[in-house]
Ligand binder design. Structure first.
Ligand code: DAH
Length: 337
């Protein structure tokens, strides 16, 4: 029996120390209820009274040795696994980090905010109006009745016969005057729509900034002075303005306004198409009909208005020659601004 116990011990220790030993399986095989050591102990009844304690003691020692070998091996295994994980999950804190790519404002938004800032600096506040607009505000109240030829150049998308996507920000003039008595000094930036085909200078959606000033004694001189301050702040102090007579149904008189080319100073270059001037907006004195339509007495008050295209200004400002680039969301293009 003693030999048998020694053999069990030797076998068990060899198994424990073999590579890839399954320790739990070994424990069951040798020390479990049906294990080899247990079955030897069961046979102890057959031993003599002197032998029994001797064998018993050996059996206990064998059990203790196997148990402690299992424990030592289990610890070692745990340690090994930890070491493996430490190596495989190692983080090299000295590696350079991935560069963060923070977003930034779209060039159109940057230009719009610059325009807003300049006018806010001159005491203007910002008014907003709906993009889905009534025919009345977009056309009729602005002195553009049904069948007026001015509607041809501003064909837009109709929701119903009298609801449309606004083709200009000018309806905000009317909405403002309906709700606010003079003195009025507002600008209104926003999206406008026209049923134009997409090309390098047209888009069915674009942006305008409208301006409106109404008070007692407002003259064309006020319009010129304010626009000059605006243009010089945006394009540089040497900028000159040119007012060309024009026609808009909602202003009288009306003018289109050009700035001297901020690239060549007026000599003529690629940006100004050799003209020396760049058209930036339409403007004029608010038509008396428009004032009356909004309940403001044209005998008592006068005003001026202007409207500029944000894309147009942004493209000239940054030297962008194709409008489509502004809408394609290609970050290689956008990150330049
Ligand atoms: N709404 C005009 C357009 O889209 C631009 C414009 C011209 C606005 C003259 C004005 C103005 O306020 O007085 O073509």
């Amino acid at each position: 029996m003693k030999e048998k116990l020694q053999k069990i011990k030797a076998d068990a220790l060899a198994a424990i120390n073999s590579d890839n030993a399954d320790l739990e399986q070994i424990r069951i095989q040798y020390l479990g209820k049906k294990g080899e050591l247990t079955s030897v102990l069961r046979g102890m009844g057959a031993l003599s009274a002197e032998e029994r304690p001797v064998v018993g003691q050996i059996a206990n020692e064998v059990r203790a040795e196997i148990e402690s070998a299992l424990k030592v091996k289990a610890e070692a295994k745990k340690d090994q696994e930890l070491q493996k994980r430490l190596i495989s999950e190692k983080i090299d804190v000295t590696l350079p980090s991935k560069a963060a790519t923070p977003g930034k404002l779209h060039p159109l938004v940057q230009v719009q905010r610059t325009i807003e800032d300049i006018f806010i600096g001159m005491g203007f506040s910002i008014a907003e109006g709906p993009e889905v607009e009534y025919d009345y505000y977009n056309f009729q109240a602005l002195n553009i009745p049904e069948n007026h030829p001015a509607r041809d150049t501003q064909d837009t998308f109709y929701i119903t016969d009298n609801i449309l996507l606004r083709s200009q920000t000018s309806p905000v003039q009317v909405r403002t005057m309906e709700h606010q008595k003079p003195p009025i000094r507002v600008i209104s930036p926003g999206r406008v729509y026209r049923s134009d085909a997409v090309d390098a200078t047209h888009s069915p959606l674009f942006h305008q900034v409208e301006g409106l000033v109404v008070d007692k004694g407002i003259t064309m001189g006020d319009l010129k002075g304010m626009l000059e301050t605006f243009a010089k702040t945006l394009f540089g102090n040497d900028t000159r303005l040119r007012f060309r007579p024009h026609h808009f149904p909602f202003t009288e008189p009306s003018a289109e306004v050009d700035v001297s080319c901020f690239v060549c100073g007026g000599k003529g270059c690629r940006v100004c198409k050799n003209e020396g001037w760049i058209e930036i907006l339409g403007s004029g004195m608010v038509h008396p009909f428009v004032l009356s339509n909004c309940g403001i007495d044209p005998e008592e008050y006068s005003g001026f208005a202007f409207g500029m295209g944000v894309e147009r200004i942004a493209m000239k400002y940054y030297g962008i020659d194709d409008m489509r680039l502004l809408y394609e969301n290609d970050t290689r293009f956008l990150e330049q601004f």
